[in-house]
Design a binder for this molecule. Structure first.
Ligand SMILES: Cc1cc2nc3c(=O)[nH]c(=O)nc-3n(C[C@H](O)[C@H](O)[C@H](O)COP(=O)(O)OP(=O)(O)OC[C@H]3O[C@@H](n4cnc5c(N)ncnc54)[C@H](O)[C@@H]3O)c2cc1C
Length: 494
């Protein structure tokens, strides 16, 4: 094994990247591997982007503790890593008298879980706060600590801060198997060679069951993808100002109507168990289900304002809750198992996994300390990651200054979202270089407006090709096999 690390993290979703950022504080060599061409390509890429208050998970579960602790860490984290986050609060809305008792149950869960700032609202109070709500509303639970975030922003910011502090990241690198010495892990095999290490941390999301099985533990644990589909509405036609949940069912938190940090309303997700861990297609039935579910909360929603749709897959595990006295089969797994040495095992990190990610990272560090790992603080560790300029968020004076410094900020490439060439080039040369179309889209939000990339896509291909000095034929949407262009059709300069 040519390279040796202290710790290797498998998986570059929000959990793996947050753990990388937490570990970057200490001395030692840390490597994060991700099988895709960019970070944040799994569940962390397609979700509702809510920072949950924590009244939903079953009291006593690890999920409840991680949710509530994680939620409280977001203000400091967004300040240090400079990603947008708004603590707007959220509502669980009861429609009709029959749904009212569910609010009391959530209130009780919330109290037991230690959620601060919850209040029950009357029908009149809800109507006064949310103008478009179904007039049949009977009351709501209001949780002031709920928030909204940009999951890509969080994940990339955490990873960049980790890299600034010495963590190495390898993309397009797929974990294949462990290298063992008796029952101790001493390295991993990947498609890009073998790497030695003292610890491996399993953050493989949907595939975390397969990783733990290769380590020889929890053969009974399986992950099934649970699909959630969404509609995205045009920002110009704002339907709601708040986060509106229905009362939950046995299939989860239910189909909600929410605003996003980018100002678009989104509706979804439904919750359907599938077999195929890669199938992120939307279905006619699924979209019909979310439409009906969302209209129960906001009847005035209109389909003419829909500009996009997507689906995400929850890694729905059958991990039993370890807390005594509660019967709960779908808890997070965060453990250092005794059967194999050198392994931190995570699994079933479904919702509220994004909210919980900072608390999960702290939990992993604490587990490693308990296992005898001697962490020594790195001299000069910098907790701050600076954000790059966002042209559309600036006033005219700031925009002018930026253009004077670099005229590429004066060339708008995405007209719907007002994203400039300067911003695209900055992402291509960022600490985690964005070198596919989707990587740039997720970081700058270009291509997400009404034209859905129709205008900017060829220009972005050209910019990537120029900046990297590669042929436009080599530029991809999201990595190997997703090239935009197949062959030159005529001899013109492109
Ligand atoms: C529909 C939906 C709605 C949700 N809504 C919310 C919400 O509003 N709020 C909230 O807090 N949470 C929400 N969640 C949950 C949240 O998105 C997840 O809990 C969280 O993103 C999990 O992060 P992760 O890093 O564990 O997994 P992932 O983001 O899936 O990351 C795992 C990574 O591991 C990589 N990987 C897998 N196998 C290998 C391998 N062999 N080698 C190398 N890399 C590998 C994958 O490519 C992937 O990038 C939602 C999830 C879904 C799907």
């Amino acid at each position: 094994m040519s390279e040796k690390y202290d710790l290797i993290i498998i998986g570059g979703g929000v959990v793996g990247c947050m753990i990388a950022r937490w570990l970057s504080r200490y001395e030692g060599r840390v490597l994060l591997i991700e099988k895709e061409a960019d970070l944040c390509m799994g569940a962390s890429a397609a979700n509702t982007a809510i920072v949950h208050a924590g009244y939903d998970p079953r009291p006593g579960s690890l999920k409840a503790r991680m949710n509530v602790d994680g939620n409280q860490m977001w203000d400091q984290l967004s300040g240090e890593l400079n990603f947008p986050f708004e603590r707007r609060g959220d509502y669980v809305v009861a429609i009709g008298e029959k749904e009212l008792p569910a609010l009391d149950t959530l209130m009780e869960y919330g109290r037991k879980n230690g959620v601060p700032g919850m209040k029950l609202l009357s029908r009149a109070e809800v109507i006064a706060r949310e103008k478009n709500i179904n007039p049949e509303v009977s009351g709501a639970l209001w949780a002031t600590t709920g928030g909204i975030c940009d999951p890509f922003g969080v994940t990339i910011a955490a990873a960049e801060n980790a890299v600034m502090n010495g963590v190495e990241v390898l993309l397009n690198t797929k974990f294949d198997d462990f290298i063992m010495e008796e029952n101790r892990i001493i390295g991993i095999k990947t498609n890009r060679g073998d790497f030695g290490c003292r610890w491996v941390i399993n953050c493989a999301g949907m595939y975390s069951d397969e990783v733990m099985h290769k380590a020889g533990i929890r053969p009974e644990f399986v992950i099934k993808p649970r699909k959630g589909e969404y509609f995205v509405f045009d920002r110009a036609d704002i339907a709601v100002d708040n986060v509106l949940f229905p009362v939950p069912s046995d299939r989860g938190k239910g189909i909600l109507v929410t605003t996003t940090l980018h100002g678009n309303t989104i509706i979804g997700p439904n919750s359907v168990i599938f077999e195929d861990k890669e199938d992120r297609s939307t279905t006619r039935e699924g979209l019909e289900e979310i439409w009906q579910g969302a209209r129960k909360l906001v009847p005035s929603l209109s389909q003419k304002h829909i500009i996009g749709m997507f689906a995400g897959l929850r890694p729905y595990g059958n991990g039993p809750c370890k807390s005594p006295g509660i019967d709960y089969q779908h808890d997070f797994i965060i453990e250092i198992p005794t059967e194999v040495q050198g392994f931190v095992n995570l699994g079933g990190i479904e919702s509220p996994g994004a909210t919980s990610a900072p608390a999960i990272a702290q939990e992993v560090v604490d587990l490693l300390k308990d296992a005898g790992e001697k962490f020594k603080e790195k001299k000069g560790w910098d907790p701050v990651r600076r954000a790059r300029p966002r042209f559309r968020d600036m006033n005219h004076e700031e925009q002018k200054l930026l253009i004077d410094m670099d005229p590429r900020y004066g060339r708008v490439i995405c007209r719907c979202e007002n994203v400039t060439e300067g911003e695209i080039v900055a992402e291509i040369h960022a600490p985690i270089p964005a070198i596919t179309y989707d990587a740039i889209k997720r970081r700058t939000w270009l291509g997400t407006g009404r034209c859905q990339g129709g205008f900017d896509m060829p220009r972005v291909v050209k910019i990537i090709s120029d900046e990297l000095g590669v042929s436009p034929l080599e530029v991809t949407k999201k990595g190997q096999g997703s090239n935009f262009l197949a062959r030159p059709t005529k001899q013109v300069e492109i």
